[in-house]
Design a protein around this ligand. Structure first.
Ligand code: HEC
Ligand code: HEC
Length: 266
């Protein structure tokens, strides 16, 4: 019995070689398969840059930057609020009280200064006084912005100064819209030269020319609003479609063309 058992478990040299090779081969095969699996997964995850959807996604991603580039350099500067100016410029000295600056919110520091009156404080902030640099050292600040920051700081220490409001914007939209009565029949050529690059394909979310569904909600804003958005730009739509040299009459005609093609009435 013991004898036959020994015989059953005894392996021939070939069997030993085969089992050793198999023992080596099996892990190698497993490693090979894992590598192939990883490679194939990576392959599927490679960014797809060619399809229309992917290109649209890319455009959407770069839109904020593309839009910045398209910003009109002549666009009116948006003036900062007193708090914004303070946080950008004045806080450096006026929060810690550096160089002897009156500390933000400190009534003791500000009381005697406030009693000089708002006009004097503005003058000193604009021109500088002793260690206080003109405009807090930021020459790009407008008079209005400095005056607002002065009021912001002084009011935080108990004054009741009224900061200047924004200068009334020169309502360009309504005036220009009434000046330029659009003629859609003249707008087609302008459209083809300036607007089709986006509005023919709908790139970057532009409403497609003649697509009534895309234009319906826009048309319902009325011609004056559409014209103003085309003139000044809105989101992905650059001012004047990116052609600053376009005359307002041509632009109006193109808007009229897009609007009527989109099912709107002038
Ligand atoms: C580099 C530091 C510094 C910065 C930045 C700075 N200030 Fe001052 N500021 C001072 C100092 C110092 C004084 C005190 C000057 C003195 O009376 O000797 C002062 C005083 C003032 C006064 C009081 C002037 C008076 O007549 O009593 C006003 C108002 C003022 N700053 C406004 C501003 C505004 C607004 C900004 C931001 C746009 C600003 N400061 C930024 C240092 C600074
Ligand atoms: C660089 C691409 C581009 C060009 C060129 C372009 N547009 Fe647009 N336009 C857009 C995009 C994007 C929108 C959608 C903006 C939104 O509502 O987010 C749009 C929207 C509009 C709207 C609707 C605005 C609203 O309030 O709904 C009008 C009108 C318009 N464009 C007119 C024009 C005219 C006229 C031209 C040519 C002079 C032009 N566009 C050229 C991209 C462009």
């Amino acid at each position: 019995m013991a004898d036959s058992h020994a015989k059953m478990t005894q392996a021939t040299p070939q069997e030993i070689i085969i089992s050793v090779l198999a023992g080596l081969f099996a892990p190698l095969l497993a490693i090979f398969l894992i590598v192939m699996l990883v490679l194939s997964i990576q392959d599927k995850h490679l960014p797809d840059t060619t399809s229309e959807a992917a290109q649209k996604a890319t455009l959407d991603r770069i839109k904020p930057f593309a839009h910045l580039v398209a910003l009109d350099a002549n666009a009116p500067k948006v003036e900062k609020s007193g708090q914004e100016v303070f946080e950008a410029v004045c806080t450096t000295c006026h929060t810690p009280g550096a160089l002897g600056a009156p500390k933000f919110g400190n009534k003791g520091d500000w009381g005697p200064r406030i009693s000089q009156g708002y006009e004097t404080l503005i003058k000193h902030a604009l021109e500088g006084i002793r260690q206080m640099p003109p405009r807090g050292g930021d020459g790009d600040l407008s008079d209005t912005e400095v005056a607002r920051a002065v009021a912001y700081m002084a009011d935080a220490a108990g004054a009741k100064f009224k900061a200047p409001e924004a200068a009334a914007p020169a309502a360009p939209a309504a005036a220009a819209a009434s000046a330029a009565k659009p003629d859609p029949s003249k707008g087609k050529a302008v459209y083809e030269a300036n607007c089709a690059v986006c509005h023919a394909t709908g790139v970057a979310g532009a409403p497609k020319m003649g697509d009534k569904a895309a234009w319906e909600p826009r048309v319902s804003q009325g011609y004056a609003t559409l014209y103003s958005h085309a003139l000044n730009g809105i989101r992905g739509m650059p001012a004047k479609g990116g052609n600053a040299g376009l005359s307002e009459a041509d632009l109006a005609n193109a808007v009229g063309f897009l609007m009527t093609q989109g099912g709107g009435k002038l």
